[in-house]
Structures are given as C-alpha cells and as structure tokens.
Design a protein around this ligand. Sequence first.
Ligand code: GLN
Length: 571
Amino acid sequence: MKRKTVMKAKKEQRRKHRDNHKYIFVIGGVMSGVGKGIAASSLGTLLHAKGFDVNLAKVDPYLNVDAGTMNPTEHGEVFVLNSGIETDQDMGNYERFLNRDLMREDYMTSGMVYKHVIDKERNLGYGGKCVEAVPHIRDEIVSRYEHAAKINESEISIIEIGGTVGDYQNIMFIEAARVLKIKHPDDVIFIMVSYLPIPSKIGEMKTRPTQNAVNQLSGYGVHTDIIIARSEVPVDKKRKEKIGVACNIPEENVISAPDIDSVYDVPLNFEKDKIGEIVLKSLKLEKRRGPGLNAWKKFADAVKNTEKEINIAIVGKYFSTGDFVLTDSYVSVLEAIKYSAYAQKVKPKIHTINANDFEKTNPDYSILDSFDGIIVPGGFGEKGIEGKLNVIRYARENKIPYFGLCYGMQLMTIEYARNVLGLEGAQTAEINPNAPHLIIDIMPDQKKKLLEKNFGASMRLGSYPAKIKIGTLAHTAYKNSSIVERHRHRYEVNPEYIERLTNAGLIFSGTSPDEKLMEIAELPTSVHPFFLGTQFHPEFLARPLSPHPLFTQFIKASKDKRSTVPVWGQA
Ligand code: GLN
C-alpha cells in the first residue's frame, strides 16, 4: 500500500476511535501510596508504545479549586500546565511518561465541580430546581469526563481517581464513572491498583484486603475489570487464581506489580504480564503497530547502569515534615536533573540542603565545595532567603555551576545587586515592599489582585513565549532564539535596575518578546562556567525522552567543573 493510503487509513481509524472514545478509570484499593499514579502513567506509556493516542487525567477529591494554594510540604509540588492551571504533581508524572502536553480539562477537583454547580445555581441555571449532589454534581462530572474526551486529541483517556475505595470524598467521581459506563458500555473499564501485604509474622501474601476492596467497589455498582496487584514480591499463580475467582475476573487480568528499584522500569515490568493486550481486549480495540518501547528501555537501562556520579545540591526550604525528609516538593526539578544527567552518562547524586543552615553569622561553606552544581529552586516568602543569598554568592565567587529557578533567578539578581553593584538593602517586594532597592517588584495587575486578597491563580501562570539573545549561554543551550516556557510567579525583575545590572556584567539573555520582562539572567562563560537563572520553570518541560536543554547545559558544566574551572583569582 502507498504511504498516503496508509496514512489515510490510519487517520480514518483514529477518527473512528475518537468517536468511540475509550475511558480507563484507575482506582486505588486497600491503601494509599502504593503507586497508583505511576501505574496509570506506565499504562499510558505502554498504550502509546502500542500505537494509541492516550491522555492521562487526574480527578482529585479535595475542595480546593486547584492545587495552587496548597503547601508543597504537605501536598507535594504544584505542577503547572501550558494553560496555566495549577495541578497536582501527578500531572507532571503523566506528562513525563507520555511525553505529551496535557490540557486544563485533564485535571478536575471536587472544588472545581462544586464551585461551578453553585455558581450556576446562583445564576438561576437550574430553573428553580433543588440542586443536589446526585444528580447535579454527579452529572456535571459525567459531562466533564465526556467533554474532555471530545476535545482531546487522544483516543483513550486514562483517568486516575484520587484517594482509595471506601473514602467518602471520592464517591461522586466513582458514581459518575459508573454512569458513564452505562452510557458507553463498551468503552469504559475499571482498573484497581491494590496492595497485597505480606505480614512479617505470617510470612504469606494475603489477598483478602484486595478482595474486600473489590467487593466495596461492587457495592457502588462498579465491576473491576483488571487488578494491578502491588506487593513486595511478584504475585504467584495460586494467588492470581484465588483473586480471579473471588473478584470475578479472569486470572490473567490480575497483573503482578512487585516493588522495583526504578519507577522507569514499571512500564517494562507491566508488559511481562501483558497488561497492554488485556486492556485492548477489554476495550475491544484491535492491536496496532506502534513506536514500541525501545527508546524508553534505553532510558530505563541508563538509569540502572550508569556509574559515574556527579553531586548536585538543591538548596530549598520545603524539605522536612516532622522526622521525615521530603523531596516531593521539588519532584519536577529532581526528575529534570536525572533526565539530563543520564543522557550524558552520569548518575546524579542529589543532596537536599536546608537554606536555613547558611543563615548563621559565620556559616560553614566548605560543604558547598563538594558539589558539582547548585540549584536554588522556586519558592515563596521570607524563610531561608538570606541563606540562599549566601549560597548564591559563594557559588558565584567560587565558580560552582549555579542554576536558579524562578525564585532562584530573582535571588541571584538581588545577590548581584547587593554584592557587585553595592546596592545595600537590595530586596524583593515579596519580603519588604519598603526596601530601598526593589530589584524584584510586583507586576501592576498582580498588585490589584493581592489588594483584593484574591490569592488563588493570581500569578503569571502557564506558557509564555520568550526570545533569546544570540551568543549567550542560554542560546548555546536552546540553539534557538525563540522559546516557550511555563511560569508561576507574581514578581519580576524591576525595569528600573536593568541598565545598572547590565552595566555591571549581568546579561539578560532571555526576555519577553516586547523586552519588558526579564526571563533569563546569566553571567558570561568567560567569567563563570554556569551562572544562570530563569524566571520560568524549565523543570516543567523536562521529559525522560526529551531532557530540557538548560538542565542539559547545567549538567554539562557540573560534569566539567573540576577540569575547567580556573582557580579563583586567576581568571
Ligand atoms: N515568590 C516568587 C514570585 O512569586 C517566585 C515564585 C516561584 O519561585 N515560583 O515571583
């Protein structure tokens, strides 16, 4: 067959599938934290490899209208999509595993749905009826599931329902999925990601909690089609049989998902139990030839087999909660580092450093010398600021590669103003609006929102274009003069100081197309191997199969650190 004919046939096939959009709901059983998001993402990777257009979506039961107002220490990183919506960090995993941008409609919270329904009621949108959770909230969710499917380019939507079966909060989302199945009986399936404990004193894998979770879901009128059985070790045939009989599903629909060291192996591991084929069969989809998993496998192998290490420090404040150290608050940054490092055959050893440690009168900086690169990521508020400024100064003066992300770029500009320009009291308006030199100031339209105490979604959010100056480090990295990056900030470099900063040697190598907003600041490579900050968040666009160019350039400089850096004072 001619290529054109093949393409046409494929297009026609896709149209047919789009009209019969398929929905896979992923629900957690037994307990939380067993990797439902990674399971959903991995299934997405697999189906994509099999030639299907897939999108992933998350429904979160909380009443927040979006994730923007949530504290990262409690809820993990706030992830931002192109459209500017602030979402749960799972959306980041989805985009990374699918290597695809997701839409605003791929994220839904109870708050979003309730707000819409209540606003509609206030506007007499229900014609005088009594407005209730069932049917109004439920039907609003059903129509959102359908609407997202309609406007999505994909053929299959994998929708993860937050929480666990039995939670009170997510019932309405499950109920809406049940109704969706009645409307589209051949196009909806349910996957439960469950946990099979092996109590140490008993020493045997127990299936009963999973059976109970499946029963509970049946009680809601939802039949489980496939069980992803998470456990410490692979699930044996005997238990698969037992679960199959008890849960009314074929034994092969019980997928063994043992603990593994690297999350990137999950799609490959799933394939061993043929989950892709089983899903296609359940959705009555025919097999196709897809791009396959080779590129993914290459990346997953690099993660396991790379030995040469580099040491990267992240200096932040959202690390600790009680006795535990969290890295969830910076998950996209950690991932972005890994993708660029593995692509250059180095394994990143990431150190989380508390900015507070550098606030003392005479902090011990020597530990910073042991790092090949330092990152100050995004952040808000006053805590740890002086510590971060001290670290940035040390990195600049000692030529340690430094990468500032959003707040990290604003602070690097303040540090330069204070210590190179000599502007004492240089500050951001976020900390002290009355400081003598507001190097970082609020944008006028944001000021209005703050005065009205309208904090949710009040920042500059989502994708904006920027232009890059030729001959700069940023240009070397991007190899392009126009870029689009995702933002999440309220403050900006104050235009009144740009000339002075530039004259003192700081280069604004990226700006908004009208040159009003500073997007990237850097020092020339003749002065420092890598001293660069971005007002945007490059980490949101880093993907395993397409690492971010700025992270790649940063890792390159970190790799070279010891061999190329001249001794301070000789440059
Ligand atoms: N707090 C700063 C601002 O609002 C930086 C935000 C960030 O790092 N995401 O502009």
